[in-house]
Design a protein around this ligand. Structure first.
Ligand code: SAM
Length: 330
């Protein structure tokens, strides 16, 4: 038996180094410059308009975490960095890396937040029209692209004809854009705050899909979803900000808003019933403790019981190319 060593704990304690290096590299488009052929600290510094000392420090950090490779003094992106950190990729995460670095200071409140059991000031996610969302929805849109593609395949949306889609808290409009692009007969309605809908309208219009996309401005706790009006309803990355009672109430209203045989698509970080994993959903709960009154990452059993209470009978769980799980309910 080998003796425990401190190395892993030291890396965990200093985990913020990685957040800093990734966020700084993303903000100076380092991965994009590497992809375009700049392969030394000097060249990267010149292209990014940063110091050579700074560029070398970022490169050393990125080699350390396995996002950049070095050979004979020349640097290049790993396949992972090339797929997800170069700007302009559909599933790109560089603006998310910048966002997380900008939010890092709030974690210093965590010891007090844990004692208190929730946010110390106003709860971020419950504040109406919070400007926080404008940054978040654009930065996380790329994470929903592979999920929207997976669901389109699972539900064969391309061949579904004249369907009506409702996206509750749709954010950037990424589900609508992906599905309207794949099905030219589909129409989509998004319910979100006014300023967020303005962003979604712009992004969906940039893809030439504005004529089949409608937005309703309002609070999804109180704004009507319609009755037997939609074939597909989406509730993506919302359940983790809500408590059990609100989730059941919203699922019940979504069941009523769906046509008979319609499908509710929930996408979220779902925790195993024995709380032993998966790692990302277990860690994400701290974010909701910091930012919401009742949010947390919920277990598969929670979704199963809430959806059954809301009148759904056929409930299935599907892993996705992201740390989130898709729940389909009919
Ligand atoms: C985490 S984002 C998810 C965006 C999108 N569904 C996705 O998965 O990419 C949460 C979204 O819900 C919206 N939202 C949060 N609370 C809301 C409320 N009470 N009423 C309407 N929209 C709300 C936010 O504006 C934001 O667009």
């Amino acid at each position: 038996m080998t003796n425990p060593q401190p190395d892993r704990i030291l890396r965990l304690i200093n985990g913020y180094w990685t957040t800093g290096i990734l966020g700084a590299a993303a903000s100076h488009s380092l991965f994009t410059h590497l992809e375009a052929g700049a392969d030394t600290a000097g060249e990267l510094a010149a292209r990014a308009g940063i110091s050579e000392r700074g560029a070398q420090t970022l490169l050393d950090g990125l080699v350390s975490v396995g996002l950049v490779e070095v050979r004979d003094g020349r640097y290049r992106n790993t396949a992972e960095a090339s797929a997800f950190l170069v700007e302009g990729r559909p599933a790109g995460l560089s603006s998310f890396a910048e966002l997380k670095l900008s939010q890092m200071g709030t974690l210093a409140d965590l010891p007090e937040v844990v004692r208190h059991g929730g946010p110390l000031t106003e709860a971020t996610v419950e504040v109406a029209d919070n400007p926080h969302w404008a940054k978040v929805v654009q930065a996380i849109a790329a994470q929903s692209v592979p999920v929207a593609v997976l669901v389109a395949d699972l539900l064969r949306l391309d061949e579904a004809g004249e369907i009506s889609i409702l996206d509750v808290g749709g954010g950037s409009g990424v589900y609508s854009a992906t599905w309207l692009e794949r099905n030219p007969h589909a129409r989509a309605t998004q319910l979100d705050w006014g300023p967020i809908n303005a962003i979604a309208r712009r992004l969906v219009a940039e893809k030439g899909l504005a004529d089949r996309f409608t937005c309703v401005d309002g609070d999804f706790h109180t704004t009507g979803f319609g009755t037997a009006a939609h074939d597909i309803a989406v509730y993506s990355h919302i359940a983790h900000q809500e408590g059990p009672e609100d989730n059941v109430a919203i699922f019940t209203r979504l069941r009523d808003a769906l046509k008979p045989g319609g499908t509710l698509v929930v996408n979220d970080y779902v925790v195993d019933d024995d709380r032993s994993g998966p790692p990302f959903p277990l860690l994400f709960a701290s974010e909701m403790l910091l930012k919401s009154k009742q949010g947390r990452t919920w277990r598969q059993a929670d979704y199963q019981s809430w959806l059954a209470k809301a009148g759904f009978e056929d409930i299935s769980f599907h892993s996705t190319p992201s740390p989130a799980t898709v729940v389909l309910a009919r």
